[in-house]
Design a protein around this ligand. Structure first.
Ligand code: BGC
Length: 745
């Protein structure tokens, strides 16, 4: 393990410090950005102002997702955006050399803000090289409903984990002169009826959970763009929701950037949208009176008419324009407009993609030290299923693979043919039900890593043949895949089979795992998944490694983790339940519009803790090839109500590895909170035998609750228990108690 790695302490503070060194765009002060924007607005005609608040429609003339032309007479450049959840891509980007990274959910499993910052920065460099000044990556809706088909695009189920990583990613993006986006604001937690569903959430749950990652991204990340969602929140469309957009986002949090609509269906009423605080409609169109993709746009002729007859004050239009322009100035679009034809550092992109994959894989089970594969003990390996001979799986939709193909046949961009090339997703005519598989074969990477070992490959279709091959080998590795996409929810967290995902699965994966495990000496299951997976077969296998959607370098990264060149250090960013029935929402209804957040504050692990349900694997869980010990916890409450913790971490094994010291708070009983919440963490890399004393700061707001009578954050009065451990259910966690006095933040 190189010493550079050994000295890496991953924490938010360090990430902030390092950010300056990584910045490519010169910092532009708020005052200068505001002044420039205000000066322009004074000189703009009404038509020029209207031009700045909507895109010209789909498809964008320059590729990507949206395009706002510039105003040359004033020196205002054009602005193009592209989807970029895990790499520049999305539906309309021409094939390019852009790196496709592991999915954002994988990034969340790294628990590493510095890695998130670098992920954001590299994708931003590539956006710029392709001519885009705004990246639409940055989904941070919580995994309230893990069957949500977009869970892979988000950062897990905890608001602080998602918020802190999003803020770091945002700083990385914006350090490269690209406007970052967080989305979908707010409570956009499932895809079923996605244009019409209504999330019914009480005020406290909204602020403490759904909104908190956005609040952190705004306040700590300084994000320039917030995309409002398709769904309604408490009866009002997100993009026409004054409480969310004006009162909370712009008022309480002081957001100075742009509120941008989600695409096509997010706006239905021009004046309410404008008055609620929407600043930009996308993808927009040249003519609001025309119907494109089944809908009208609103912020062109219709907004102009509303301004002319006074239904929307000119001051509101000016505010929209000012926000857009100040954001473009602030993040370097004006000083240095992105232009197509830039050079992408492909090697740097791939190296980082591999590093993210390696740092995000979660070792869930490892009985008898089955992993890492030891060439001295293991001579033959049966690799089975999951197209491991061809590539690794990617998620679908705008935040997915970056390459959309019918998948009818393998192609340079898709390693696997689709079983139903015509498969479409619901009413979303832009999305295909065919998965993309990046050409990064785990089998080829395993063979390259261990040339002396014998590898056989069976595609899993013939279960009996697979079991026979497994019985012959020293170890069987079954690759199991779970495809998910924007535009659809999963029917279940059960591994999909030919019935539940006919376009992408030809056999019953659970039956395959059981059959192989029954005959193999040792069975390792490698998961490529976009959300939690239930594993009724877990007792039959020796090891499980979760690789998520591991991106373009997934094959080599998997080989390096399986052979122990890299010691896994990922931790689950969401709970893995034993069964779907253990989730708070029993089923995702396709017939009722209301999605009632009846569990209130008991979202994610909070639900399992409060209901005393044992999960399959808890939030924050993940094994290592080495062992760690925690000791010597000290706590000190600061004058502001925050807490400083000091704890010693020791690597007690004989391999280098990283551990995540996680801090959970148990708030006073009267606060009405679930048993615990994540309040801070620190990921530390340790050499074998190394001991490190680390300091972890818990900011006051992490301990606060939302007071619904004052509509403010308030510290709960009384004893606050703090547990420092290596998962949310670590029996060996260390405990401390501090007393909080109460009072508003
Ligand atoms: C998605 C957004 C995406 C946009 C542009 C929408 O359907 O919800 O997340 O950025 O399309 O592709």
């Amino acid at each position: 393990m190189p010493s550079r790695r050994l000295t890496r302490v991953c924490c938010a503070l360090l990430a902030v410090g390092m950010l300056h060194a990584a910045s490519a765009a010169p910092a532009i002060s708020d005052a200068r950005a505001d002044a420039q924007a205000a000066a322009w607005v004074k000189r703009m005609t009404l038509d020029e102002k209207i031009q700045m608040v909507h895109g010209v429609g789909m498809p964008s003339p320059v590729g990507g997702a949206s395009y706002i032309p510039g105003i040359p007479r004033l020196g205002i450049p054009a602005l193009a955006s592209a989807d970029s959840a895990g790499g520049v891509g999305g539906l309309n980007v021409p094939k390019s050399q852009a790196t496709q990274f592991p999915a954002p959910l994988a990034l969340a499993a790294s628990w590493d803000p510095y890695l998130a910052q670098r992920y954001g920065a590299q994708i931003a460099k590539e956006l710029r090289a392709l001519g885009f000044g705004e990246g639409l990556g940055g989904g941070i809706d919580l995994a309230r409903e893990p069957r949500n088909g977009r869970t892979f695009e988000y950062l897990g189920e905890d608001p602080v984990l998602a918020g802190v990583l999003s803020a770091a990613r945002t700083r990385g993006t914006q350090s490269q002169g690209v406007i970052a986006t967080v989305k979908h604001f707010a409570a956009n937690d499932q895809e079923t009826q996605r244009f019409t569903s209504n999330s019914v959430v009480d005020e406290r749950t909204l602020h403490e959970l759904s909104l908190l990652p956005f609040e952190i991204a705004v306040k700590e990340g300084g994000v320039g763009n917030v995309m409002c969602a398709y769904n309604l929140v408490n009866g009002s469309k997100s993009c026409q929701n004054k409480v969310l957009l004006t009162d909370v986002l712009k008022g309480q949090w002081g957001f100075k950037g742009t509120v941008q609509s989600d695409w096509l269906m997010a706006v239905t009423d021009t004046v309410p949208a404008a008055l609620a605080g929407l600043d930009e409609e996308e993808p927009g169109s040249q003519d609001d009176n025309a119907v494109n993709f089944g809908v009208h746009s609103h912020f062109n002729q219709w907004l102009k008419a509303a301004v002319l007859d006074g239904r929307v004050p000119v001051s509101r239009l000016d505010d929209m324009v000012r926000r857009k322009l100040r954001t473009m100035v602030k993040f370097g679009i004006v000083a240095n407009p992105p232009a197509r034809g830039g050079v992408i550092d492909v090697a740097a992109g791939h190296a980082l993609a591999r590093e993210v994959a390696e740092q995000s894989m979660v070792l869930l089970k490892n009985d008898g030290a089955t992993l890492p594969l030891d060439p001295a003990r293991i001579r033959s390996v049966a690799v089975i299923g999951g197209h491991a001979d061809a590539g690794v799986l990617a998620g679908g939709g705008s935040g997915g693979s970056g390459v959309q193909s019918s998948g009818a046949a393998p192609s340079p961009d898709n390693a696997v043919a689709c079983l139903q090339p015509q498969a479409a997703i619901g009413s979303d005519h832009f999305m295909t039900g065919c998965a993309t598989w990046f050409k990064s074969s785990p089998l080829a990477a395993l063979r390259a890593r261990a040339p002396g070992m014998s590898f056989s490959y069976l595609d899993g279709h013939d279960v009996a043949a697979a079991a026979d091959a497994a019985a012959q080998a020293d170890v069987a590795i079954v690759f199991a895949t779970q495809w998910s996409s924007e535009g659809m929810d999963l029917p279940s967290l059960t591994l999909p089979n030919a019935e539940t995902d006919a376009a992408n699965q030809s056999y019953d994966q659970e039956a395959l795992i059981r059959a192989v495990a029954a005959r193999a000496k040792r069975t390792v299951v490698v998961l490529e998944n976009g959300t939690a997976v239930t594993m009724p077969w877990i007792g039959q296998v020796s090891a499980v490694l979760d690789a998520w959607y591991p991106g373009m370098e997934g094959g080599p990264a998997l080989a390096r983790v399986l052979f122990g060149d890299v010691n896994p250090s990922g931790k689950l960013p969401l709970t893995f339940p034993q069964r779907d029935a253990d989730l708070p929402q029993k089923l995702i209804s396709a017939s009722t519009a209301d999605v009632v957040y009846g569990e209130g504050l008991r979202m994610g692990y909070r639900w399992f803790d409060a209901q005393d349900i044992a999960p399959l694997f808890p939030f924050g869980y993940g094994l290592s090839y080495t062992h760690f010990g925690l000791s010597g916890l000290q706590s000190r409450r600061g004058a502001d109500g925050g807490v400083t913790l000091r704890v010693t971490l020791r690597n007690t094994g004989n391999r280098a590895g990283a551990e995540v010291a996680q801090v959970y708070a148990n708030l006073p009983a009267l606060s009405g909170e679930p048993p615990k919440r994540l309040v801070a963490w620190q990921k530390v890399m340790l050499a074998p035998g190394e001991t490190r004393r680390v300091t972890i700061e818990v900011a006051p707001q992490r301990l606060a609750i939302w007071d619904v009578s004052a509509h403010r954050w308030r510290m709960p009065a009384g004893p606050v228990g703090l547990a420092v451990g290596t998962s949310s259910r670590d029996a060996a966690a260390l405990g401390a108690t501090v007393r909080e006095d109460g009072g508003y933040l």
